[in-house]
Design a protein around this ligand. Structure first.
Ligand code: C2O
Ligand code: CU
Length: 515
């Protein structure tokens, strides 16, 4: 049940778009091969959708949850049952609203798919989920009009707190008069026993922020990236961009005590110190949680590791090597896309993000999927839908994405894992003869460096309409989204379930105001 409730995740009370009254929403757990059935009743007083970030939705494109692409948004007081198979997927995922910036107001949660054949199963005794997100005291309904005002230069809003698993601490003396704020609310606590081993599944479910995760005096053994088992490597600090997930194994091998868990917002990647939205924020960029050893008494006094790395870049590729090849991307390319990201104001002087000159505008009342199943010729899709059409079954698609601006963009692909061929800094050029096509790094969300270039490949084996977009929510709003129209000839033979189609009749989204 989606409903608005008052919560104080960081001590400051605000209205939260909750799932079953909670933020983050309940953790959904399944086993590999299970069917996941979620009955979503929308009581927000606003439209909503839910996207299952990382799930392939093979054969169930209409449950991917992207308004304007795979469904009409669910109106208030209407239910939709999402029903999809995990098939052979396993690993760490999450779910969130894909309707405007709604998940930043609370509609998000973790989705874990356990694997009975997990090669690391014997290497840990217990597991935990850690979600990292930034938190705004204003609703996105209040922030977006400022962000999309004529003449605004696109500096991203500064959050008020980082949250670790939904908890943070705000300095209440900075809260505006009349607001409810309680100092020192409880932090997230993870209980461990000396000499046991723990798998931490870490999810960046923020809307903008790069986090650096660490646990004082404990090492992190990386074993999973977005559902892909990787060769174990040891790190102390984990940089994690929006939408990315990792699993690490932590051994409770330190003296019995309490240790800080850190989820630090990397402000070096948030070039918004001049932002006029939330500019008086009293944010403490250092999010905290507690690793509590059984028997420990006092507050943590532990010290942060000083391991260093390049800011705003993904974890080094040497930590991301799959233990065995996931997919091969070698052989003859069937499709090649060269795209460039720019920003420019539109005719009303409102900033837009453009990919190859067009800016994505979701057609809320007529999703692309519905158009295709009505036998709508894909080449006639409106330019604002930024559609790329892939017709080759099991073809190899290569996307070369150039970034013409200094911001890092975490790009996420729906419906697929992609092979990473090249990540280049400013001035570096991709060279196809050097790509690792046989056993590349494979994931579903990756950082495109500022003024850099990214080359990924995927196999066109999943008929559907799939979004490919920057996961910085503010950039989605500006239109930094493409959609793949994959295998439309197969797709147009599919029948969309009635309850999904009928949303479009009931929705009539334009008449309702966003709150
Ligand atoms: Cu996390 Cu388009 O999604
Ligand atoms: Cu971006």
């Amino acid at each position: 049940m989606l409903k608005k409730v008052k919560l104080s995740p960081d001590g400051f009370e605000r209205t939260v778009w909750s799932v079953n009254g909670q933020h983050p929403g309940p953790i959904i757990q399944a086993n590999k091969g299970d069917r996941i059935v979620v009955n979503v009743t929308n009581n927000f007083g606003d439209h909503a959708t839910i996207h299952w970030h990382g799930m392939f939705q093979n054969g169930t494109n209409w449950y991917d949850g992207v308004p304007g692409q795979t469904q009409c948004p669910i109106p208030n007081h209407v239910s939709l049952i999402y029903d999809f198979s995990t098939a052979d997927q396993h690993g760490t995922y999450w779910y969130h609203s894909h309707f405007f910036a709604q998940y930043l107001d609370g509609l998000r949660g973790s989705l874990i798919v356990h694997d009975p054949d997990d090669p690391y199963l014997k290497d840990y005794d217990f597991e935990y989920v850690v979600s990292l997100s930034e938190w705004h005291h204003n609703t996105t309904g209040a922030i977006l009009p400022l962000f999309e005002a004529p003449g605004y230069a696109g500096l991203r809003p500064i959050p008020d707190s980082p949250l670790i698993s939904g908890r943070g601490r705000y300095n209440c003396t900075a809260a505006p008069p009349g607001s409810k704020c309680k100092s020192d609310p409880p932090l997230a606590v993870y209980n461990v026993k000396k000499n046991k081993k723990y798998r931490f599944r870490i999810i960046n479910s923020a809307g903008d922020a790069v986090f650096v995760f660490s646990i004082d005096q404990h090492k992190l053994k990386v074993i999973e990236t977005e559902g892909v088992y990787v060769k174990p490597t040891i790190i102390e600090k984990l940089p994690i961009n929006v939408g990315q997930r990792y699993s690490v194994i932590v051994e409770a091998n330190q003296p019995i005590g309490n240790y800080w868990i850190r989820g630090t917002l990397d402000k070096r990647c948030t070039p918004n110190n001049n932002a006029t939205i939330n500019s008086n924020s009293a944010i403490d960029w250092n999010g905290l949680g507690i690793l509590h050893y059984e028997g420990a008494k006092h507050e943590p006094k532990s010290k942060e590791s000083n391991e260093t790395f390049t800011p705003c870049r993904d974890l080094d590729q040497k930590h991301l090597q799959p233990i065995h090849p996931v997919t091969k991307f070698d052989g003859h390319l069937t499709d090649f896309i060269n795209a460039t990201i720019t920003f420019a104001p539109d005719d009303d002087n409102i900033l837009r993000a453009l990919i190859n000159g067009s800016s994505f505008v979701p057609q809320m009342n007529d999703p692309t999927l519905n158009k295709i199943t009505r036998q709508f010729p894909p080449q006639n899709l409106p330019k604002e839908q930024n559609s790329l059409i892939f017709n080759n079954k099991n073809g190899i698609v290569e996307i070369e994405l150039w970034n013409n601006n200094p911001a890092t963009h975490p790009f996420h692909m729906h419906g697929h894992l992609f092979g990473v061929m090249f990540v280049g800094e400013q001035g570096q050029k991709p060279d196809r003869s050097k790509y690792n096509t046989k056993n590349p790094i494979v994931r579903d969300t990756i950082s495109l460096p500022g003024n850099g270039v990214l080359v990924v490949r995927f196999i066109s084996d999943n008929p559907g309409i799939w979004a490919f977009h920057c996961h910085i929510e503010w950039h989605v709003e500006l239109g930094m989204v493409m959609e793949f129209v994959e295998l439309p000839n197969i797709l147009k033979k599919k029948v969309i379930p009635n309850d999904v189609v009928s949303l479009c009749i009931e929705s009539d989204f334009q008449k309702n105001k966003r709150s």
